[in-house]
Ligand binder design. Structure first.
Ligand code: 3SL
Length: 235
């Protein structure tokens, strides 16, 4: 049977898509899924995505680091925030990172009906493309957006992935066409293109001048990240 690609541009649109038997790639470029790739590539054993700050704070053993943000800022009582730059090898080696974020970790939990859940970011673009090309499943690229609104950076990444699957997958979807057009518009410098994104502007207001360009480092953390029984693991 032929394999298809769909793009979900906002969590509000997820109910329109049947996830059964499919692979979902959750995308939150700024910054949850970028940070997850960095954490696992830098030597953590696992990331445990949880929905609420309260759930995260129940992980009190020394094996766990509790991390994440609300509205872009480190949540109260947490060890770490949600910047990929915080997670060096020496800090997280052999630890499990319990992570809750405003949008990204919620979308991982919203995808549980799928056959498989993966995490996508520019950090793992090539390896995830390779993995998806060789998978038997049809694919749903699920953009986390910002509080149910569509955003540029997740749509752009979905466009990159869909474009890379042209030879192996088909689509009948204006969302896919739109996302691929965005890739064309973003050339030759997609990181600069994203400076106008609302979340990039939010970072500026919060004094975060670095994470946009960090999260746009293509293939800097080449890990395939899969959700398995409550944990995200590098496979
Ligand atoms: O919404 C999320 O999941 C976060 O990635 C948002 S932030 O970039 O950490 O502000």
């Amino acid at each position: 049977m032929s394999r298809t690609v769909e793009i979900v541009l906002s969590p509000l649109l997820l109910p329109l898509v049947d996830l059964k038997g499919k692979t979902v790639v959750v995308i939150d470029i700024l910054r949850a899924t970028s940070t997850i790739c960095a954490i696992l590539d830098n030597g953590a054993k696992a990331v445990v995505p949880v929905v609420s700050v309260e759930d995260a704070l129940t992980y009190t053993s020394d094996d766990y680091l509790v991390a994440g943000e609300r509205n872009g800022e480190k949540a109260k009582g947490f060890d770490f925030g949600n910047s990929p730059t915080e997670y060096s090898h020496s800090v997280i080696q052999n630890k499990q990172v319990v992570l809750t974020t405003t949008n990204g970790t919620k979308c991982i939990h919203a995808s549980l009906a799928a056959d498989e859940i993966l995490v996508g970011s520019f950090f793992n673009l090539d390896v995830i493309t390779y993995y998806l090309r060789n998978s038997e499943n049809s694919i749903v690229l699920f953009c986390s957006g910002w509080k149910d609104r569509v955003n540029l950076e997740d749509t752009l990444f979905a466009g990159y992935v869909a474009n890379n699957l042209r030879d192996t997958h088909s689509w009948d979807s204006d969302e896919v066409e739109l996302a691929i057009d965005l890739v064309k518009q973003s050339q030759p410098d997609p990181a600069s293109f994203l400076k106008k994104a609302s979340h990039a502007q939010r970072f500026e207001r919060l004094g975060n001048h670095g994470d946009l360009s960090v999260c746009m480092q293509f293939n800097a953390h080449p890990v395939v990240v899969q959700y398995n029984e409550g944990k995200l693991l590098s496979i």
